[in-house]
Write a protein that binds this ligand. Structure first.
Ligand code: NAD
Length: 486
């Protein structure tokens, strides 16, 4: 087992203009390990003056520094170097992530860190492949379109995939020539700080990436800031709306990756064993703290009982416990607040008359951290809070269906539209249903499949703009039309 003394991150500092500095007011906050409820370290509490300094450093780096003048390929080389450094330090980053967030180390090593490496490498390759266009105008003119970086970008991220969310934000922004102020979530600042050290080691010019740890105060200061050209936000729909209002002041560009309440649909002809495994991944991966979690499971009534029996058996066998143990399959919820929130939803489901097919209890008394049992509700109805609201924990609400049109109506009975899953061997039904569902990602006979080449983002109140893939480049570029009179 890895212990904290093997880690080299120096917390308690902000990265501003290439220097590590304490918060201007000298304030700090405690960083806890949710699996032990013990303090790991302290982080600097970035406040409005720290945000002002970070924005000023970013502005200088963008307007006067070498970043904007260097060939695009050279920008890509910095990103390749960063990808290599993240890969070289993967065990340390995985340990930090596991301790800070509570997720299993096997998932950090198998998903979070390699996906972050892929993201930096993929966007490194894009840096010198962003072409403008020649526009078809009258022969007495020549006109072309340039793609230019949007400028100083504030990037505010959540706690569920801390390093990976930082990579999703920084990769495309830096490839496009933007500069960033990254604000990690207050629950999980550690891998962003270690990433900052690797960014310095990779030799990025000062001020190109600034990292301000803190909470909603730093986040709001960024969203409000007149000198920020764009805010890229990932987090809850509630906070996303506040960020949009703040961004309206100077018409910052905005992109939003928000919450979800995804339907996962099992048709009668599905490969049931495969679909059971898929439903487990859909809701219990990362302790259910996943924006695209398949938290509403719709089962054809003909296979309902068989499916629930198998699903509950697998859920009950999930190994919950010490995230640093490589055999652990589900770790701890990120915080006491999150643990209590999920327990509140479980209580509301029970009192509304839903039945528990698995789980329902806290494992905090036995395991001494914010652990929960994988929980499956049956006999739910659409007016229940557990069906309507994003729980963001290992709790799934299941429901029977008998008619596809009615199923689609129910699947759409939500403010969200981030993702959906469906399981069938019928190719026509699969593609027809994929087209009908209003969500940014549809998984057919798989769930939580991710690749940096595939765009990801929401319909409806799950947000707008697409991260990953070529699409993310649009989030960080402006188009400039140039006219020449001939
Ligand atoms: P959150 O909205 O509470 O916080 C997200 C970030 O916003 C944090 O860094 C926080 O400090 C900051 N923040 C808080 N108040 C702010 C304000 N007024 N102005 C600016 N910034 C502010 O979300 P969370 O609890 O960290 O994360 C969980 C949520 O994130 C879930 O709803 C989940 O669905 C969503 N999420 C979405 C995606 C996606 O890609 N769509 C990915 C991961 C998480």
């Amino acid at each position: 087992m890895t212990t904290f003394k093997t880690l080299t991150v120096k917390p308690g500092r902000l990265l501003i203009g290439g220097e590590w500095t304490a918060a201007r007011a000298g304030k700090t906050f405690d960083v806890l390990n949710p699996a032990t409820e013990q303090k790991i370290t302290t982080a600097a509490y970035g406040d409005t003056p720290d945000v002002d300094a970070a924005v000023a450093a970013a502005r200088r780096a963008f307007d006067q520094g070498p970043w904007g003048k260097m060939p695009a390929r050279e920008r890509g080389m910095y990103l390749y170097k960063l990808a290599d450094l993240v890969e070289k330090n993967k065990e340390e980053l995985a340990t930090l992530e596991s301790m800070d967030n509570g997720k299993p180390i096997s998932e950090c090593l198998g998903f979070d860190i390699p996906q972050a490496v892929d993201t930096f490498r993929y966007y490194a390759g894009w840096a010198d492949k962003m072409y403008g266009e020649i526009n078809p105008v009258a022969p007495n003119f020549f006109s072309y379109t340039l793609k230019e970086p949007v400028g100083v970008v504030a990037q505010i991220i959540p706690w569920n995939f801390p390093l990976l969310m930082a990579a999703w934000k920084l990769g495309p922004a830096l490839a496009c020539g933007c500069v960033s102020i990254l604000k990690p979530a207050e629950q999980t600042p550690l891998t962003a700080l270690r990433l900052g050290e690797l960014i310095v080691e990779a030799g990025f010019p000062p001020g190109v990436v600034n990292i301000v740890t803190g909470d909603h105060v730093a986040g709001a200061a960024l969203a409000n800031h007149k000198n920020v050209d764009k805010v890229a936000f990932t987090g809850s729909t509630e906070v996303g709306k506040k960020v949009m209002v703040a961004a309206a002041q100077n018409l910052k560009r905005v992109s939003m990756e928000l919450g979800g309440k995804a339907p996962n649909i099992i048709f009668a002809d599905a490969d049931i064993d495969l679909a059971v495994q898929g439903a487990v991944t859909a809701i219990f991966f990362n302790q259910g703290e996943v924006c695209c979690a398949g938290s509403r499971l719709y089962l054809d009534e003909r296979i309902h009982d068989e499916f629930i029996e198998k699903f509950a058996r697998v859920a009950k066998a999930i190994k919950v416990g010490n995230p640093l143990d490589s055999a652990t399959q589900m770790g701890a919820q990120v915080s006491l607040e999150q643990h209590e929130k999920v327990m509140g939803y479980i209580a509301s489901g029970v009192s509304a008359g839903a039945k528990l097919a698995a789980g329902g209890k806290s494992l905090r008394p036995t395991l001494g951290g914010y652990f929960l049992e994988p929980t499956i509700f049956t006999d739910t109805s659409n007016d229940m809070k557990i069906v309507k609201e994003e729980i963001f924990g290992p709790v799934v609400a299941t429901k029977r269906f008998s008619n596809v049109d009615d199923l689609i109506t129910q699947a759409h009975d939500t403010a969200y539209g981030l993702s959906a899953g469906l399981w069938t061997k019928n190719v026509t039904l699969a593609h027809e249903t994929a087209r009908r569902l209003r969500a940014g990602t549809i998984w057919i006979n798989c769930y939580n499949a991710f690749d940096v080449a595939v765009p990801f983002g929401g319909y409806k109140e799950s947000g707008f703009g697409r991260e990953l893939g070529k699409a993310a480049l649009d989030l960080y570029t402006e188009q400039k039309a140039v006219w020449v009179g001939l």
